[in-house]
Design a protein around this ligand. Sequence first.
Ligand SMILES: [Fe+2]
Ligand SMILES: [Fe+2]
Length: 171
Amino acid sequence: MKATSLLEKQHRKVESLFKQLESGRAEPALVLAELANELAAHMAIEQETFYPAVRQIKEDLILESYEEHAIAELALKRLLSTSPEDSAFKARVTTLKELIQHHVEEEEEELFPAVEKVVGEERLTELGRSMKAEFEERLAEGYEALLPPGYKKTSADKASHASPRNGAARA
Ligand SMILES: [Fe+2]
Ligand SMILES: [Fe+2]
């Protein structure tokens, strides 16, 4: 599977978890934990592998993406620290969902088409294969291992500072 198709598939999964969370039919704490695991693992593989690989293609958009991940991660942490019985719970679910929606739209409508124009299908499939394996590992680690504690630092900050400027050479 192409890296971009893999990421799109993960976006759909996260969207379906938001729907479940909003429906109120499933146990909120369980759905939230699954959502946090999926989201943290997805952001990790984008930050650590996909974004550095394609950074040169749309650098402004990639830098913006790291910022959007950082803000989404803070919103996720606020939600994780909120009891489903708390009156702020629903508002925090909606806020996180809207942040993610906006970010996913930019990825799928601007970033991925630009990447698919430049990076060949074979290379994108190869990248997708390694990202899928990386995702399974991150998912198994769980969100608590992936999200730095506190509100000062996000995993996006760690990843964007760790990536060399010429990381795009790997694309
Ligand atoms: Fe992203
Ligand atoms: Fe994404």
